[in-house]
Design a protein around this ligand. Structure first.
Ligand code: HMG
Ligand code: MG
Length: 302
């Protein structure tokens, strides 16, 4: 199959990235990060999560951040909502799209959202219905699709089971997430094939954490299958608070470099993303987790 001519990138750095930071990040910095990403040309930015502040304290300022971002027309500002309470927060904050997040392993579901897979889907049902009533799109994420920190191996049929349940309750788009970054290209393809039996390819995305350095290879494996939407994180920020030791998402800069090398259009300004990745990493007082971003920055400094 020919590679896609165009790819959509959702930058999840402000949410998946910052949710995992130990130091409390001021809302000012979160707002600036989102605004910089909008300015760089992203059409979808995952801004924050309307989750319990006891579970994820870093996202406690979700309403404030959403209220203060400079909305750019045409940009979808998406947020995570695990239940109706989260949905009400998202609605009041005028989110454009919501994300419900389930898991392909029971153990991870319990640790992350404190309920079973089946219970989680029942919680998402009214959320998806309410979102559709308000004209919002609903994205679903399937965590630990390529391996679980508690259970180990996760089968493609377990991924398909969650995808089918999400489809049944009306989830529009589905993301296959390698929460702990253990996947390799063949494993990625098998999980994706399972989901493609349920969802149209235009509704399927990949979300790869880069713990073992395989995320860019997994993106390429998806491109070979014709999948054309990916979540990435500027400067490779992030990790999941309930997946200890897992590093951030694949760096947006690295995926943009890969796509550019393949002649695939994203509509995103690579130089602006590199500058944003270097800026947020300076704020966090560490080197960006992006090989491409750091290479470009080093060349510019030389
Ligand atoms: P629970 O304790 O079972 O919920 O948590 P509960 O309904 O019993 O409520 C307990 C308390 O939380 C109550 O407050 C509720 O009001 C409050 P209290 O009476 O004790 O003061 N509460 C809320 N507050 C604000 N917003 C809400 C909300 N819901 C309840 N939405 C719950 C269940 C789902 C709420 C909890 O487990 C939770 O918030 N988990 C969040 C986990 C999370 O955010 N994880 C990281 C994001 S997922 C991720 O990173 C993976 C992803 O990137 C893909 C991948 O890589 O795998 C997407
Ligand atoms: Mg994630």
């Amino acid at each position: 199959m020919a590679l896609p001519g165009k790819v959509s990138i959702v930058d999840v750095g402000p949410r998946d990235g910052l949710q995992n930071e130990k130091q409390m990040i001021p809302a000012d910095v979160k707002v600036e990060l989102v605004d910089r990403l909008a300015d760089a040309g992203f059409r979808n930015i995952e801004v924050t999560s309307f989750v319990s502040p006891k579970w994820v304290p870093q996202m406690a300022d979700a309403a404030e951040v959403m209220a203060r971002i400079r909305r750019k027309p045409g940009v979808v500002y998406s947020v995570l909502t695990p239940n109706m309470k989260g949905f009400e927060g998202a609605l009041a904050a005028r989110a454009d799209e919501i994300v419900v997040f389930g898991a392909a392993s029971e153990a991870f579901s319990q640790k992350n959202i404190n309920c079973s897979i089946a219970e989680s889907v029942e919680r998402f049902r009214p959320v998806a219905e309410a979102a559709h009533r308000h004209g919002m799109r609903v994205r679903g994420a399937i965590s630990v699709a390529l391996g679980c920190p508690y259970q180990g191996e996760v089968t493609p049929s377990a991924v398909a089971y969650v995808a089918q349940r999400m489809k049944d309750i009306g989830v529009d788009d589905i993301g296959v997430a390698d929460t702990i970054g253990v996947g390799t290209p063949e494993k990625t393809k098998r999980a994706m094939e399972a989901v493609l039996a349920i969802y149209d390819i235009r509704a399927v995305s990949g979300h790869f954490h880069d713990t073992y350095g395989m995320a860019a290879a997994n993106v390429y494996a998806c491109l070979e299958m014709g999948i054309a939407t990916f979540d990435t994180s500027v400067a490779g920020l992030g990790g999941c608070p309930y997946a200890k030791g897992a590093t951030g998402n694949v760096a947006t800069e690295d995926v943009l470099y890969l796509l550019d090398g393949l002649g695939i259009d994203t509509g995103i300004d690579f130089a602006k993303v590199v500058a944003t990745g270097q800026w947020i990493s300076r704020f966090l007082d560490r080197k960006a987790h992006s090989r491409a971003g750091n290479a470009v920055a080093a060349k510019a400094a030389a």
